[in-house]
Design a protein around this ligand. Structure first.
Ligand code: SF4
Length: 366
């Protein structure tokens, strides 16, 4: 261990990390509570460099919001609108496919599809949407829908979740997004999203995707009413599940934003953001990648996070992102590829374009 950290209150935990030992729930709590952010960063960076060296990946992607209409009313959500409410929209499939046509031949690796739980769209709308998009962008990976939406499709289509996943996959869906995880602890969900499916259903649907050979993402919405213990519980549930399926390819912490929603909690501090990244990297020893979603975290913090366990930045966004910008995120709506590469290089890391399965698409040179 570096002499600098020998007297840290987490020196024993750093030794465990150096030896490659798995950390316990109690260890995780101590990591969240340490004032020694430098020691925490050292440990998280050790794991990051063991796994990925200096390589920092990003993907050339686009966002598609097909609708923001949702019957649910999650308290942290600034995105949803009720049917007919000012600002609500639902796009016809033909219009979306026409929009996608402009990206033909541009080498877009991934389309990230986002919506809510629409009360009147039919099950077939989603299949037609996927088929239409795959028809014009056959080489672009379609990453869409959360497990909450898959559960919703299962209800409106009167099919079990396995059948829904199979039909969506056949229509073109390549992977599930990680949204809907929020904080898994039931007492937190009761406060922030009481109508949403619980942890068991979330994992069941991701498990079906993993059985089908799809890789998925998993998230955590932090910085609202949850405690350190709730965060550790969240991370350990993911770690346990990942031990069984191995299908999560990336973990994405998402900071709660307070504008235009009912929760009105206070946005976490930059120090908390860095702790969440570092502790996540240390606890999730079986999830290969840790992503910083710069749209939510901010560009400057994203850069610093590359020294706290993060090895992947999302992404190259040209279409307007809605989820975090509606909630008050002040980050740019658009970031070009060269901007992302510079941001990574300025942090002393090596940028590398990747595909949706984290295959590196260029030779990594320091
Ligand atoms: S988080 Fe999702 S399910 Fe909840 S209100 Fe927003 S769009 Fe609807």
């Amino acid at each position: 261990m570096q002499a600098l950290f020998a007297r840290s209150d987490i020196a024993d935990l750093i030794s465990k990390v150096e030896a490659g030992e798995r950390l316990s729930a109690e260890d995780g709590l101590r990591l969240f509570r340490t004032p020694d952010i430098a020691a925490l960063g050292y440990a998280a960076n050790l794991v990051r460099e063991r796994l990925h060296g200096d390589t920092t990946t990003y993907i050339v992607n686009r966002y598609l919001h097909y609708s923001n209409v949702c019957w649910d009313t999650c308290k942290f959500c600034s995105f949803y609108r009720k049917p007919g409410e000012p600002g609500s929209f639902t796009k016809p499939v033909e219009q979306i496919v026409e929009w996608a046509r402009q990206f033909e031949g541009q080498g877009i690796q991934e389309l990230h599809i986002v919506g809510g739980l629409h009360p009147s769209l039919k099950y077939d709308y989603y299949l037609q949407l996927l088929r239409g998009l795959k028809g014009v962008l056959p080489d672009t990976s379609l990453k869409g829908f959360t497990s909450v939406e898959i559960d919703w499709f299962s209800r409106i289509g009167r099919k079990d979740a396995r059948m829904v996943m199979r039909e969506m996959h056949e229509a073109g869906l390549d992977s599930l997004t990680g949204g809907g995880a929020e904080i898994f602890a039931e007492h937190v969900r009761k406060q922030i999203c009481p109508n949403k499916i619980g942890a068991e259903r979330y994992f069941e649907i991701h498990g079906i995707a993993h059985e089908m050979g799809l890789k998925t993402q998993v998230t955590m919405l932090y910085g609202h009413v949850e405690s350190d213990a709730d965060r550790i519980d969240h991370l350990l549930r993911i770690r346990d599940f990942q031990d069984r399926t191995g299908g999560f390819q990336v973990f994405i912490p998402l900071a709660y934003h307070a504008e235009n929603n009912a929760l009105k909690a206070r946005r976490a501090s930059g120090m908390t953001d860095l702790k969440v990244y570092a502790v996540s990297r240390l606890m999730l020893d079986n999830v290969p990648h840790l992503k910083c979603y710069w749209i939510s975290a901010g560009l400057k913090l994203s850069q610093v996070a590359l020294g706290y366990g993060v090895d992947d930045l999302d992404g190259i966004v040209y279409e307007h992102e809605r989820i975090f910008h509606d909630a008050g995120s002040g980050t740019p709506q658009k970031l070009g590829e060269e901007d992302v590469r510079k941001l990574i290089r300025d942090a002393g890391r090596v940028p590398c374009r990747r595909d949706s399965r984290y295959k590196l698409l260029e030779e990594v040179t320091a």
